[in-house]
Design a binder for this molecule. Structure first.
Ligand SMILES: *Cc1c(COP(=O)(O)O)cnc(C)c1O
Length: 352
């Protein structure tokens, strides 16, 4: 089935006379559950919810594995790190990817005896660092720098070296890249971005093909209490059906923006990996980047990406040191491409 059909139908049961296509949220702390624990389909909201199960079924179809939903992308990421790593293990993680993973590793894993080795997002550096590692964390395209890897070959090389491989697939989404098909042990996603796409949710998930490993992560979720709310899950599942249309429009906007910006002589280092909504470019200095952002009218200054509004930010304002002080991360929304391009061009011309 085509991708557009998959996102519309994923996790949605066959229609039932008089029922909505997507069942409404079930708001429950405790459920009525008489008798032995094994007799009740649902006992308590931290353990299970019918909405989680439907959304997880949808994600499992799209990722090609089994899925567990979490309260945020970081809740998903830390569940994996905590479950797979113990004292004496070595983690390899990118120093130019999503900074939360490395910050968590340094503050909560290194202090408990897990070694942390950082690498730039290149195939060679990752393959070289994998020797002796228990876990290699990969992000491609990387956020914010948009580096792209030869994913299948690099996963295989890391596994040959004895490491498990986790891929953060937030930027690409399963519609553009399916890391489990390429051999990854687990795929992690922040569903706060493209997957839900309306800038109104914080959610995440993990998928894998090893049933035991996925159950360990579900067990972690229950014990750590890293569960989303029923209404968030319902909104997420409702939003998933438009993922294909949204991505196509965002890519049309991103392609138009990239084409215009790459042709300008007053910009350095215009990056677009060719899929997803994110375009990166360097305005050369913090001062010009700040003036540019303040001059935009349609494009809002905001962090994150994948939402329906076009946004931009000076990524180095967080002080992670992954990109230069003039680097702008632009996220394409669903507007008419010419309107977005015109706003960017006007702001660039006004702040040249
Ligand atoms: C946003 C993001 C995360 C963290 O997700 P949250 O939902 O904000 O917790 C992790 N990885 C990448 C690549 C992200 O963009």
């Amino acid at each position: 089935m085509g991708l557009a059909t998959q996102v519309v139908t994923a996790g949605i049961a066959a229609p039932v006379q008089g029922e909505p296509f997507l069942r409404g949220p079930v708001f429950a702390g405790p459920y009525h559950a008489a008798g032995d624990v094994g007799d009740a389909p649902h006992l308590y909201g931290r353990m299970s919810n019918p909405g989680f199960e439907r959304y997880e079924q949808a994600l499992a179809t799209l990722d090609g594995g089994r899925s567990v939903v979490f309260a945020s992308g970081m809740a998903a990421a830390t569940a994996v790190l905590q479950t797979l790593l113990g004292p004496g293990d070595l983690l390899v993680a990118p120093n130019d990817g999503y900074p939360g993973v490395l910050q968590y590793a340094r503050e909560h894993l290194a202090t408990r005896g897990v070694g942390v080795r950082t690498v730039p997002t290149t195939d060679e550096a990752i393959r070289r660092a994998a020797k002796g590692a228990a876990l290699v964390w990969i992000e491609t395209p990387a956020n914010p720098g948009l580096q792209v890897l030869e994913l299948g070959a690099t996963i295989a090389a890391c596994q040959e070296a004895g490491a498990r491989v986790v891929v953060d697939n937030t930027l690409a989404t399963p519609l553009r890249q399916r890391p489990l098909d390429l051999g990854a042990d687990l795929v992690v996603s922040s569903d706060s971005k493209h997957l839900t796409g309306h800038s109104d949710l914080i959610l995440g998930h993990v998928s894998g093909t090893d049933a035991d490993l996925v159950e360990q992560l579900r067990r972690w979720r229950t014990l750590a209490g890293a569960v989303p709310g029923p209404f968030e899950i319902w909104l997420a599942h409702r939003s998933l059906g438009t993922l294909d249309v949204r991505l196509r429009r965002q890519e049309a906007v991103a392609v138009a923006v990239h084409g215009t910006l790459a042709a300008r002589e007053d910009l350095e280092d215009v990056r677009y990996p060719g899929f997803s909504s994110v375009v990166g470019f360097d305005l050369g200095s913090m001062a010009r980047a700040k003036r540019f952002l303040a001059t935009l009218e349609l494009v809002a200054e905001a962090t994150s990406f994948g939402g329906m509004h076009s946004t931009a930010e000076r990524r180095d304002r967080f002080g992670d040191g992954q990109v230069g002080p003039g680097y702008i991360r632009f996220s394409a929304g669903l507007e008419t491409p010419g309107d977005v391009v015109a706003d960017l061009v006007r702001a660039l011309d006004a702040t040249g």
